[in-house]
Design a protein around this ligand. Sequence first.
Ligand code: C5P
Length: 235
Amino acid sequence: MSNPRNPRVIVALDFAEAEQALALVDRLHPALCRVKIGKELFTAAGPQLVESIMRQGFDVFLDLKFHDIPNTVASACRAAAKLGVWMLNVHALGGRKMLLAARDAIPPGETRLIAVTLLTSLGQEDLDEIGLNGNPGETVQRLALLAHDCGLDGVVCSALEARQLRNRISDAFCLVTPGIRPADTAANEQKRVATPREAIENGSDYLVIGRPITQARDPIAVLQRLNNEIMDDRQ
Ligand code: C5P
């Protein structure tokens, strides 16, 4: 079954203030999920909140998507890893030198370093306008292979991209997938959604899920349902 010591669901704490995030975290359990803190919440509540959530036993994915010159990104990664977070990310579009500097700053170990490939908000017209060759699908593959080549631990990708990437990259490379909706819930504004089961079957290791859990009347019940749904035979 879905191993409680290795929960695959990462709950996106997309809140404006620490109090709201902590109120939800109080209702969750580290055996059932990990949590993701992004730019909004981190900017408002800072490292103190990260530390407080980690003290409650949760693994934290710090989703700050660093993208800057190599030296600055390396320093930012070091600072994030020093907090003791489980996972953090950078933009693959920062290029090889930046990715290698990030990897050098936090060698493989406790903190996983993953890359965002192409933001899903970018379509073909956006790529053409900023001068990126190829279509979004090809660009995602190229950037994921670059991240792999630079020794990163994984990438963020959609369930569809996960299937293509899994065919080309070993199981050790971790695929983190947002845009997940349990079969019976609203898609919100997410366009290409997959169910948890579909994403896992496509090769995703971790599922980033926000509103279906954060807006639920009983978040623990939803989490338990999700964990049951992704019970799989890869563990
Ligand atoms: O509420 P929902 O499940 O849509 O939240 C998804 C989370 O994953 C949000 O924190 C969002 O920023 C993040 N995300 C996404 N699509 C991407 C990358 C990240 O929805 N392509």
